[in-house]
Design a protein around this ligand. Structure first.
Ligand code: ZN
Length: 209
């Protein structure tokens, strides 16, 4: 599946939860261990789920995420992605996510090559590539991400898979165009949207690329 402009889903996670134009709500869960920052816990996520009428895309930036997969499903996760770097038994964890009826994905830090996905790729509905180091918003986009997306696109196409490529970090109107050209399917926009005076306009702009 080749990425088309119409396939792009712009994802965010704040205000206007009811009528926001993003297609998924992307939630970064941080444990203060896998990443230095701590974000928010279950009650906040449950509250978001109650108000947001969109699928909830939960990105677990936590050590040993297998401990909490069931809980996140219970509080409303539709997609769950776990870091390659945080899982000892990745295949089992991906299977656990799928068994619960969620879309499953693997996340790679900027320094982790896509070649590590060779065995797990056929089991994943999505791969999330970090285009900044995880843990904080507002960081500068890492340029080598484009090449990484192209490599991953080729791996997916060569195996005739429909795995989605999702990009997280430093997405703005300039990086978004190049990411789509490189083969990305889903873009996570955080700071670019939320620091804007008119966030809805920014989302509209990204979706019209
Ligand atoms: Zn994320």
């Amino acid at each position: 599946m080749k990425a088309k402009k119409t396939d792009i889903r712009i994802v965010d996670g704040r205000f206007s939860l009811i009528d926001v134009r993003a297609d998924w709500f992307h939630i970064d869960v941080m444990d203060g261990l896998f990443v230095p920052n701590i974000s928010f816990g279950m009650p906040v996520i449950e509250a978001i789920k109650r108000h947001a009428k969109k699928p909830m895309d939960v990105h677990l930036m936590i050590e040993k995420p297998e401990r909490y997969i069931e809980t996140f499903k219970k509080i409303g996760a539709d997609n769950i992605t776990v870091h390659f770097e945080a899982c000892t038994h990745l295949h089992r964890t991906i299977q656990q996510i799928k068994d619960l009826g969620c879309l499953a994905g693997v996340v790679l830090n900027p320094s982790t090559p896509v070649s590590v996905l060779e065995e797990i790729l056929p089991y994943c509905e999505m791969v999330l590539l970090m285009s900044v180091n995880p843990g904080y918003g507002g960081q500068k986009f890492i340029e080598s991400t484009y090449q990484k997306v192209r490599k991953l696109r080729k791996m997916i196409d060569d195996q005739n898979l429909s795995t989605l490529i999702e990009i997280d970090g430093g997405v703005n109107n300039e990086t978004a165009i190049k990411l789509v050209e490189a083969g990305a399917d889903v873009l996570v926009a955080g700071n670019y949207v939320f620091s804007a005076e008119d966030p809805i306009e920014k989302i509209k702009g990204l979706k019209s690329l």
